[in-house]
Design a protein. Structure first.
Length: 99
């Protein structure tokens, strides 16, 4: 099982490549200032604006539902409805981070 260092390395790599990661996870989103704004695919979201991801920190929130998280690993877990470990592994594969 990967240790905390693996999660840190994946979170750092994802944060440093946030626009690439976000374009893959939420391809219909747009960059507005330092935030990536997209429709939330986990609900009937019809108006962009309430689902935002900070591209510098990876923190994200859906202000319509109060769903939120602290990094792009938790965002991936949320979007794909998977565990944090699975999300970290998915991002690691995407970014070439070794276990």
């Amino acid at each position: 099982m990967p240790d905390g260092d693996f999660f840190s390395r994946v979170a750092d790599a994802a944060r440093h490549n946030s626009t690439v990661v976000l374009n893959r996870l939420l391809p219909a989103g747009t960059l507005k200032g330092r935030e990536y704004v997209a429709l939330n695919p986990n609900r009937s979201d019809s108006k962009p604006g309430s689902f935002k991801i900070n591209i510098d920190t990876g923190r994200w929130a859906d202000f319509a539902t109060n769903d939120h998280g602290g990094d792009l690993i938790s965002l991936t877990a949320y979007l794909y409805r998977m565990r944090q470990l699975e999300a970290a592994e998915r991002l690691a594969d995407m970014l070439g981070v070794r276990k």
